[in-house]
Unconditional design. Sequence first.
Length: 448
Amino acid sequence: MGAFRLRHRYLIVLVLFGALLTCIVAVLTLVGGVYEQRMVVDLVAGVARGSGAETVAALDRVQGLLLERIHGAHLGRLWVVVLAGPALTALVSWLVSSRMRRIDAAVDVLVGSAERIGHGSYSEPVRHSGVDEVAPLEGSLERMRQALTLTTISRDYLNLLLNSMSDAVLAISPDGRVRTANLAAARLLGLEPGQLEGLSFEGLLADAHRAAFSLDRVVAEPGETVVQTSRGQTIPVSVSASVVSSESADFRGHILVLRDITERKRAERRIRYLARFDALTKMPNRMQFQHLLHQAIARTTRQSRGLALLYVDIDNFKEVNDTFGHEAGDRVLETMGERLARVLPKDSVVGRLAGDEFAIFAEGTDDSPAHHDQAGALARIVLREVSRPLHVGEQEIEVTASVGVALCPEQGDNVIDLPALPAGKLEYTCAMGMYYGLIAVQPAGQSG
């Protein structure tokens, strides 16, 4: 529309200039005619001066004839100027308009190409119109398109690489705000692509971990933190960072790479759990049981109280495995663990030491007879629960156990000494009595 108005302005100026020029030529023509007539009059007057009457009459006739011819000639010239001026102006205007129309068409095409390039579409080349006036501009725009095409290919390839990464990548400005991020970062944080831009990186961290996070520290050495998604879910991540150095302040900042380590943390927790607990019965294993026993002995020693320790060994457990299979054997151990955990006092601790061996300890009072009674009560509970038949599939299995008992501090006051006594010397079977020290305890239902 601007080019259209410009063309018409040019035409108006051209028409006005043509009209002005025509008027000037017409005026000059009129002035020239008047001047010639004046010269004729002056010439005739000069010749007639001093001449006779007949001569003057003849000169008057000649003067009139010359003036008439001069007037007619100049009148004809005036009409030629009046008619030819507008015609020439119209012709020139048409030629200029035609040329301007071609230029305008070429400019319109250039404007369209520039707008298309401005919107990021570089595939279509700039069309050459053949108009010399805009040819340099067309060439310059085409070279710019080719340069932008190469730049765009590099940028798109880089974006493709970043968005193909499974790790979250974020570009952070010096003030700690996200400049750009890949698709993995948006997925990790539960946001749409583009929503991360302008957000503070610290604002993406879980509240409890913001104070502990240091960007300088993760630049020096990769670390870990916890991010919070848009839905409020917390996700543990590993963080590594690099400094982006540039002469331009617009490009300085940091590149952060975040990796979801939820599965690794879960595996670490599982490993820590398996290092302290038996995977089959979910009870403390030997290491954890000894650790808890050590703490209990130290506590009861400070408080001058006693402690009862029971070792339980399932009798002939190998025969159960050989007869019914290892799955049945595992089920027997699980059932024994569940029964003991259910019926023993809450302040007692049950652990699986290895294979078919279990151990139990309970903190007692400072009264020695009551201490012995507590150990006997625990032993009866164990024997009663172990001797109950259990079913594995359609099979009924009867299990017996041997139990060893040691008292702290009477028979040992540390983790190393206590286990040796029941394991090596004190035994109890369902067919015999259970002995600790000089005291014998019979199972429920048996006489002394």
